[in-house]
Ligand binder design. Structure first.
Ligand SMILES: [Zn+2]
Length: 135
């Protein structure tokens, strides 16, 4: 989870988890681990909203109670802070969730058991899979 939080590949910790701001890389550039099937869906936004909400709402209430500033002071302080905290925390939270998924071998939510893929094996002029089934 820490590797994901810092934006690194959960498998090796060296490669980058993201191609861009929140786009998960297809594969790790360092170890080649497949990352394309890691999907966190809405969970990063949910957890980020929960974290930022607790910080901003608590801060606004404490400030209001202590100094009772005018509304424009609250707006000038808390709106940019909300945006900045959300933008800063979202990649870290998403990375942590992908790290958790990776460690639990969830690989997204496909509902498919994690197993090596059967590679096709060419035998003569008939192609079969390594399970022996004809294709
Ligand atoms: Zn890697």
């Amino acid at each position: 989870m820490w590797r994901g939080t810092t934006g690194h590949c959960p498998a090796c910790g060296d490669g980058s988890l993201y191609d861009s701001y929140l786009k998960v890389a297809h594969t790790c550039g360092h170890c080649g681990a497949e990352l394309h099937h890691q999907r966190a869906d809405d969970a990063p936004a949910y957890f980020t909203i929960s974290i930022v909400g607790h910080i901003v709402v608590a801060g606004a209430l404490v400030l209001e109670r202590a100094l009772s500033p005018s509304t424009w002071v609250h707006m000038a302080l808390w709106l940019p802070l909300t945006l900045a905290l959300s933008m800063a925390l979202l990649p870290a939270v998403k990375g942590a969730l992908i790290g958790l998924q990776w460690s639990k071998r969830m690989h997204g939510f496909g509902g498919v058991e994690d197993a090596p893929e059967a590679l096709p094996v060419a035998t003569g002029d008939r192609a079969t899979s390594d399970t022996g089934a004809l294709r």
